[in-house]
Design a binder for this molecule. Structure first.
Ligand SMILES: Cc1cc2nc3c(=O)[nH]c(=O)nc-3n(C[C@H](O)[C@H](O)[C@H](O)COP(=O)(O)OP(=O)(O)OC[C@H]3O[C@@H](n4cnc5c(N)ncnc54)[C@H](O)[C@@H]3O)c2cc1C
Length: 379
């Protein structure tokens, strides 16, 4: 190219570059019309379906100590639909009970969200920890959770949410939240912030209530400051076929990589895992450890005879991962959510009779229907 020709083309090039830069800026800086990659919501893309049981207690989690068969047993279970979210803070509430008799080593029964985080908190307090469990990740119920920060989900009934309970809950939630901020930006992103959309056909009048479930208190208003403010969107500001939409930002756990991180940290800190199923509490007497932390989740109902534990069934399904789908969806009134995780797009629809339901069998038709409902948003 001649020098004159080259110089003549520079302004055009510059103009082009500026236009391009403006377009990109429009996309990058808060334009709600940014292109969203559609979910390939087709039942043929289902790669997994699982059922998990939430260990719900009307009174909230049981965190108390008991002398049993000559051992100091600290109960730490019953976190309903909030186990992952509350785990760190709840473990810190249990810690003074664990330290009561100044043990050097302890046993933790259970390797789910609560057992693993309790074990890590105890290790950080200088204790040697051995976990006993009949299942370890990815076989535990915790591995089958959705993976969002929901510290007030099916945790306690309104009747039992006393001011003391709410105060303790807030402290646990803030403590967990702080720990989660320290787990951001790690390889395989065990924890990350994601944008998302809440959709409605009709704006709900008054608080929502799941049919067949008790009344749950509004605890969330105490921690409103922990989440970025949500933003109502106009119909032209989102691509979904729903009359109303709200943009939200949510803390998400990629449960697969997060559990792996917890296990690695536990083992690196000298932890041991022993495969063992307890069929009676009398078997605790034969353990070498004097302090035993009971983190058996819903298993505490059979092992410790705690009939206050109510199973709340939840079925999730995963669609083949789509890394380009980087937003969450909640479709209110259609009982549907979609959470993008590294191991797939997690689709969930609450069943009609899930409260009090311990049926762990997968109902394929339920997940297929949920995926087909999701597809309606993209048709
Ligand atoms: C569909 C669904 C979605 C959810 N989504 C979320 C979410 O997004 N965010 C959130 O915070 N929470 C969520 N939850 C709730 C969360 O999954 C639970 O609160 C949490 O898994 C409880 O953890 P856990 O450690 O107490 O129990 P578990 O994970 O069940 O662990 C119990 C451990 O105890 C062991 N055990 C039990 N009995 C015995 C025995 N007799 N002998 C030896 N070992 C025993 C088990 O093998 C296991 O290792 C969800 C739950 C469901 C069902």
């Amino acid at each position: 190219m001649q020098r004159r020709q080259l110089l003549a083309s520079v302004p055009a090039l510059l103009t082009g570059t500026t236009a391009l830069a403006q377009d990109e800026a429009a996309v990058r800086f808060g334009d709600p019309r940014r292109t969203l990659a559609p979910v390939r919501a087709n039942p043929d893309r289902l790669i997994d379906m699982e059922v998990c049981t939430r260990p719900f207690r009307a009174q909230g989690p049981r965190i108390e100590a008991q002398r049993l068969h000559g051992k100091h047993v600290v109960h730490h279970y019953g976190h309903g639909g909030s186990g992952w979210s509350l785990s760190w803070g709840s473990a810190r509430v249990a810690l003074p009970l664990i330290l009561e008799h100044k043990p050097k080593r302890i046993a933790v029964i259970g390797c789910g969200a609560i057992g693993l985080t309790t074990a890590r908190v105890a290790q950080d307090a200088g204790l040697k920890v051995r976990i006993y469990c009949k299942e370890r990740p990815p076989e535990v119920a915790s591995s089958r959770a959705t993976g969002i920060f929901t510290p007030d989900s099916r945790l306690v009934t309104t009747e039992h949410a006393t001011p003391e309970f709410a105060h303790r809950w807030e402290a646990m939630t803030r403590s967990s939240f702080r720990t989660y901020q320290s787990l951001l930006g790690l390889p395989a992103e065990p924890v990350q912030w994601r944008d998302g959309y809440v959709l409605w056909d009709d704006v709900p009048q008054g608080p929502s209530h799941e049919p067949g479930e008790p009344d749950y208190p509004d605890l969330y208003s105490r921690i409103r400051d922990l989440r970025p403010r949500s933003m109502p969107l106009q119909p032209h500001e989102h691509p979904f076929k729903a009359a109303h939409a709200m943009k939200i930002t949510q803390l998400v756990f990629n449960i697969g990589s997060y559990q792996r991180l917890l296990l690695d940290d536990f083992l690196r800190n000298g932890g041991e895992i022993v495969h063992r199923e307890f069929t009676s509490t009398r078997e605790l007497a034969r353990l070498p450890e004097q302090t035993i932390v009971n983190c058996t989740g819903y298993g505490a109902r059979a092992l410790f005879g705690d009939d206050s534990l109510v199973p709340v069934r939840g079925q999730t399904a995963r669609l083949i991962p789509q890394p380009e789908v980087d937003y969450l969806l909640f479709w209110r009134g259609h009982n549907l959510s979609m959470v993008p995780r590294g191991d797939g797009l997690l689709v969930q629809a609450q069943g009609e009779h899930d409260f009090g339901n311990a049926d762990a069998r997968v109902d394929r038709a339920q997940s297929v229907a949920a995926v087909e409902r999701l597809a309606e948003l993209f048709s």
